[in-house]
Structures are given as structure tokens and as C-alpha cells.
Write a protein that binds this ligand. Structure first.
Ligand code: SF4
Length: 396
């Protein structure tokens, strides 16, 4: 039976570039093994592979159909990734023995009620180029296709007769994406309106006020959010239009704390991606061991010229994809937490690029895409990193 799907426009041009790729799909990650594949692995007859599968699989506590076990890492590489970067499971047992995660990567699927939503992972360099460098706005097409394995979230939604806050996710997300794609806004307007809308969602959720949420969403439809901006913008000088919460993530002291935390983490353990390791070292070279404030200020100017003036579509596409694939604003316990996590990601990306820029005179599209891709590879595929940063930020 065919399935209803939402497919972002960037998927049409994506093709794995295999041998020409700068990365190896699974290097540096714990690979989730779904229940069906785990059962198949238990029945493998190939003597050598049977022995290796018994040794290298770790059964996951509190397992789910999507993740019954994980493959151990050896020197930050999947235990089945051979020296020639080919997969031993694929080579010795065949494609049908690949787990759903391996078969699908870099494609991700979320199931929302009756519908499957497709997206691409930014950790794949070719996907990152397709997503971030498009000068055309990301569109979302409704299609029908064969059922696909679910490698992301699975939500039961009652979108037609909503009873809970989460049932409004599609409408809320549509509004958030529209704000990021609003061509009459500059970047500061986008941040400002986005934050106001997220905080309204937060208030509705914390008071369980679904009536207010419904009327707010109705009011915002068809560009109602433009009026929110017009009402509030006049009070703030054009060059100072920044939101308070965002500001708290992009101050100099916060940048210094993030820098110190990243350095502590790196001192404990090498990063699990050589591409990210290079980007990280550019940041350290630019800002110096002791965090040079003058260098930071120089880098900040270059960062703003590149991201806000020369290539504003990169940031727009990044946030549109972020909101879409993570199901903002319901990806954390509250919309405020969801907003703060998004700001933290932005603050980290910003810091790396400021550091890199401080070393030179400009940032190219390729510099930005390489940083976002390799950063995502490390921080999105092992949630412990971002948790550690959050803990450090709240403890100091
Ligand atoms: S990272 Fe992306 S482009 Fe590279 S080999 Fe994997 S799927 Fe292909």
C-alpha cells in the first residue's frame, strides 16, 4: 500500500557521491540496530561473521523496535567498517543484512500520524551542500510512495481533532518555517518574531491553554506574524533589534564559556571526526589558547558580513531544515527549552566560524558548509556532547 509522504525540495537533487565523498558514512558513530535486523543477526550462519556479531553488538537497555542494540566503536569507527572504508556486513552477508539506519542514511524518516516525513542528515557532506546552498527556498511536496523504515520519531497525532498541545505541531511548525522564509524580514526580524512566537507557544503549553493557541494560530495564518513585527520593531533602533534570549546566548562571556567547555572536552578525548577536528583547530588557531578578545571581535565582523549579508540563505536553510526535521517546537519538554537548544546550536556554530574567520579575511560558502556538516556529524549523532555543554553552561 502506498504511503502519504512529505518530501523537501532538496531531496530531488541529492545523490550519494560515494567514492568522491569527503566522509565515510558511519565513521565515528554508534550504529543503532533495529529489532528486525538484530533478530536476523542472531541467526547468521557465516562462522566468522557470527563470531564478530556476537562480540561487537551491545544490547540496548530499554530497547525499542528502532534500536534493539548498538554496534561497538573501535578507534571511533564502527566495528564492521574495514580499513578500505567498506562495510564488512555488506561485503560478507549482503545488502539485506544492513540495519535500517545504515540502509537509509543519510535519509531520515519521521512518522506523524498517517504521514511519513522525509529529510536528509546534514552530517552527509553532499546532503549539506544540497540543503544549505540552495538559493531557492526549501519547499515541501506532498507525494505518495512505498512505505519506508522509520529511523526518526514516531508520533500519534490527532491533527484533525486536536486534544493536546502536540496535536498542533504541524500548524505551529508551518508558522515557524514561514517566519524563517519571510523575504521582507532581515535576520534580526526573523529572530525577534520567531522568539515571540515560540514564547507564546510556551505560555500556551505551560497553561494548557489550547483555546488561546488555536486563536493565536488562526490570527498568525496568512502572514499575521508580520503585524507582530511591525508593532514591536519601531521601539528598537534598526541595528539593535535583537531578542533578549538570543542575546544571552551570543554575549562575549557565553562565547568564552563555550570555548573553555569545548577545549575541556577535547582535552579529555579526540573528536570522532577528522573533518570536525580540522574545523575545531581553525577555531583554536584563530582565538588562541587564552581566547583573544580582539581576534574574537575581528572574527565576529567577518562572520556577520558572510552569514547575514553575503549568504543569508545558508542560515535560513539551516533553520528551516532544523525546525522541520526536529519537529520544533515539540522536540524538547517545553517550547522554551526547544528555543534554547536551537540558540545553543547557533551559538556553537557561530563561535567556530568566528574563530575560523579571525584567522583570515573572509568566510566562503564552503567554509561555512564544511563547519556545519562536520559539527552536525559530531554533535547530532551523539547527544552526550550537547548534554555535557548544557550542563557546563548551567553550572558556571
Ligand atoms: S556521507 Fe553521504 S555522500 Fe558520503 S558516502 Fe555517505 S551518503 Fe554518500
Amino acid at each position: 500500500m502506498k504511503q502519504k509522504m512529505t518530501v523537501p525540495s532538496y531531496m530531488a537533487n541529492f545523490k550519494c557521491i560515494a567514492g568522491a565523498c569527503e566522509e565515510t558514512c558511519c565513521a565515528g558513530w554508534y550504529i543503532a540496530i533495529d529489532e528486525g535486523t538484530y533478530k536476523k543477526y542472531k541467526k547468521v550462519k557465516h562462522p566468522e561473521m557470527k563470531k564478530r556479531l556476537d562480540k561487537e553488538l551491545v544490547v540496548k537497555k530499554g530497547s525499542s523496535p528502532e534500536c534493539a542494540a548498538k554496534i561497538k566503536l573501535k578507534n571511533n569507527r564502527c566495528a564492521f567498517l574495514a580499513k578500505d572504508n567498506l562495510c564488512d556486513i555488506y561485503k560478507n552477508l549482503g545488502e539485506h543484512y544492513l540495519s535500517e539506519t545504515c540502509m537509509m542514511y543519510p535519509r531520515n524518516t519521521n512518522v506523524l500520524g498517517e504521514k511519513t516525513e522525509l529529510s536528509l542528515a546534514l552530517s552527509c557532506p553532499e546532503a549539506a551542500r544540497q540543503i544549505l546552498l540552495s538559493k531557492e527556498q526549501i519547499g515541501f511536496n506532498e507525494e505518495e510512495g512505498n512505505p519506508l523504515p522509520v529511523v526518526g520519531a514516531r508520533l500519534k497525532l490527532q491533527a484533525n481533532s486536536p486534544k493536546h498541545f502536540e496535536d498542533y505541531v504541524l500548524k505551529m511548525r508551518q508558522l515557524l518555517i514561514a517566519i524563517w522564509q519571510e523575504s521582507s524580514y532581515n535576520i534580526q526580524d526573523k529572530w525577534q518574531v520567531f522568539e515571540q512566537v515560540m514564547m507564546t507557544f510556551h505560555e500556551c503549553k505551560s497553561r494548557q491553554d489550547l483555546k488561546k493557541l488555536t486563536s493565536f494560530l488562526n490570527e498568525m495564518q496568512n502572514g499575521g506574524y508580520l503585524k507582530v513585527n511591525l508593532k514591536s520593531v519601531g521601539k528598537v533602533p534598526q541595528n539593535k533589534k535583537q531578542t533578549s534570549l538570543l542575546e544571552s546566548y551570543t554575549t562575549l562571556p557565553v562565547a568564552q564559556k563555550l570555548y573553555a567547555t569545548l577545549r575541556e572536552m577535547r582535552n579529555q578525548k579526540k573528536w570522532p571526526s577528522s573533518r570536525y577536528e580540522t574545523c575545531y583547530s581553525y577555531m583554536i588557531d584563530g582565538l588562541g589558547e587564552a581566547f583573544d578578545i580582539k581576534q574574537y571581535q575581528k572574527g565576529e565582523e567577518i562572520f556577520e558580513a558572510a552569514l547575514y549579508e553575503s549568504y543569508p540563505y545558508i542560515l535560513e536553510n539551516y533553520f528551516v531544515n532544523y525546525i522541520y526535521e526536529r519537529l520544533v517546537p515539540i522536540n524538547q519538554k517545553t517550547p522554551r527549552e526547544s528555543l534554547e537548544e536551537m540558540y545553543l546550536y547557533f551559538a556553537l556554530i557561530r563561535l567556530h566560524l568566528i574563530g575560523q574567520a579571525a584567522n583570515g579575511t573572509h568566510l566562503s560558502e564552503e567554509d561555512i558548509v564544511t563547519l556545519i556538516q562536520s559539527f552536525t556529524r559530531v554533535f547530532d549523532h551523539n547527544e552526550l556532547y550537547i548534554q555535557q555543554i548544557k550542563k557546563q553552561l548551567s553550572s558556571k
